[in-house]
Design a protein around this ligand. Structure first.
Ligand code: NAI
Length: 480
């Protein structure tokens, strides 16, 4: 029986391995992690991450051919194929701080693999890593190998949180990069055989190692660039009276452009886009390509601009101050159908409003109070370290309360910011909400999900990103 071990039981390792176990009953899959609470949660009824469809997959295989364990060394030793899906945060200090990927966790995983292995293994990079990481990993493994042979493959993951299970069941493509040697080709074939259990062969692409590594960074950069492009347009729409929804619809009808990823919003978030672009920028700089680096840097700059612009719009609309005003925040996760808050634009918007001394009442159907308090007190990039290494929040932010209901959050509020596009926010009883708010009552829709005309009819002053401005807002001071 082929044995697979995956180091890192996170948003990628957990769902990916659960789907491999489901689709390949003849393969035994162990997912290991140094975090005891995380593994305990994977072995419980309350999985550590919320992802539609994940519960059912885990329930079907757990205890049969899918195991979650903290005994990292045992499972690595026994495995034929070792996936490494640990976090690869942005470096916070030293050379390349604020840009380069921090490969501490990856390196320590590689050294451990070399230490405990007693048989030949295929080591698969599942984490997103800088180009040429495989070469560094290869060196660590071969210099410590005691005669054991390792083949390194790059198999970046393209799943999107919120649709991870569907993406894994039916991927646009699976990408496998390997050394172009007989041993490398054999290893690529072995991994191809795993995916071939359910992925059509023409969707399994094979490339050299460096192309696979770079393709993942390139794909994320292209996706984020589309969001920044439409967000840049949203600012121009507000200035000219055009409607960004109409503009992006018209643009999307061009088959060369297509409809996906063209919704204007308060900005992109998630653990990957910013980190991977910063990483790309750093690689460009290191390779003497400052113009290329500058080009990709703009994608992040526009995203920061959009988040600031939104927070400034809230403050300027409300007579240039939100001091001591209650603002309801609807949605904190970086997108709907996930509880993930890593790099969520809600953090920047909330910090902006707290900076102006607002009182925030936050509701998100999937994010805990503890997580929100942690996010609002944590330093940039600290979130991307294993939980036990993250600084504990020393004090809670006293201007923030978290509630479990949108009506409670909005009661007596002066304004509402919609920051995540949860479906349930579309069907709220806005008349009831309006009646219970301070007047004038404001809605700032950072996801363009409300019916602006209906809300204006109720009496709200509405700001919706990239839409023609409310007469009220036009008279307010311009926002930076
Ligand atoms: P995560 O932070 O949820 O999970 C990583 C896990 O690795 C943590 O539970 C941590 O405790 C564990 N870990 C760290 N060092 C370890 C070690 N030495 N031994 C055992 N366990 C260790 O991260 P996530 O989101 O799963 O991402 C992992 C990688 O996949 C990153 O490189 C990310 O860029 C990439 N990726 C993430 C996607 C996403 O949607 N979250 C999508 C595609 C790629």
């Amino acid at each position: 029986m082929v044995k697979i071990c995956c180091i890192g039981a996170g948003y990628v390792g957990g769902p990916t391995m659960a789907v491999i176990a489901l689709k390949c009953p003849s393969i035994e899959v162990a997912v290991v992690d140094i975090s005891v609470p995380r593994i305990n949660a994977w072995n419980s009824y309350q999985l550590p991450i919320y992802e539609p469809g994940l519960d059912a997959v885990v329930k079907q295989c757990r205890g049969k051919n899918l195991f979650f364990s903290t005994d990292v060394e045992k499972h690595v030793r026994e495995a034929d194929i070792v996936f490494v899906s640990v976090n690869t945060p942005t470096k916070t200090r030293g050379l390349g701080a604020g840009k380069a990927a921090d490969l501490t966790y990856w390196e320590s995983a590689a050294r451990m693999i070399a230490d405990v292995s007693k048989s030949d293994k295929i080591v698969v990079e599942k984490s997103t890593v800088p180009v040429k990481t495989a070469e560094a990993i290869e060196k660590i493994l071969t210099h410590n190998s005691k005669g054991i042979k390792f083949q390194i493959l790059s198999n970046p993951e393209f799943l999107a949180e919120g649709t991870a299970i569907q993406d894994l069941f039916n991927p646009d493509r699976v990408l496998i990069g390997g050394r172009e040697t007989p041993e490398g080709n054999k290893a690529v074939q072995a991994l191809k055989d795993v995916y071939a259990h359910w992925v059509p062969e023409d969707r399994i692409l094979t490339t050299n190692l460096w192309s696979a590594e770079l393709s993942k960074l390139a794909a994320n950069a292209f996706l984020a660039q589309r969001i920044s492009s439409v967000n840049a347009m949203s600012a121009l729409c507000e200035a000219t009276g055009a409607d960004v929804t109409q503009v992006s619809y018209a643009v999307s009808k061009d088959t060369r452009i297509g409809p996906k990823f063209l919704n204007a919003s308060v900005g992109f978030g998630g653990s990957c886009f910013q980190k991977d672009i910063l990483n790309l920028v750093y690689i460009c700089e290191c390779n003497g390509l400052p113009e290329v680096a500058e080009y990709w840097k703009q994608v992040i700059k526009i995203n920061d601009y959009q988040k600031n612009r939104f927070a400034n719009r809230v403050v300027s609309s409300m007579f240039n101050t939100v001091s001591n005003k209650k603002i309801a925040i609807l949605g904190f996760a970086f997108k709907k159908d996930t509880g993930d808050t890593r790099e969520t634009p809600a953090i920047d918007v909330c910090k902006g409003l707290l900076g102006d001394k607002a009182w925030l009442s936050i509701f998100d159907p999937q994010v805990t109070v503890d997580q929100i308090q942690r996010d609002l007190t944590m330093k940039k990039f600290d979130w991307d370290h294993p939980l036990h290494l993250q600084p504990m929040s020393p004090t809670t932010v006293k201007q923030v309360t978290c509630v479990w209901d949108a009506y409670e959050a909005t009661k007596d509020a002066h304004g509402i910011c919609i920051l995540t596009e949860w479906d349930e926010f579309k069907n709220l009883d806005f008349k009831r909400i309006y009646d219970n708010m301070q007047k004038p009552a404001f809605v700032f829709d950072g996801r363009n999900i409300v019916n602006v005309d209906q809300l204006r009819e109720i009496g709200f002053i509405v700001y919706s990103i990239g839409k023609p401005l409310d007469a009220w807002l036009k008279d307010m001071p311009a926002v930076a």
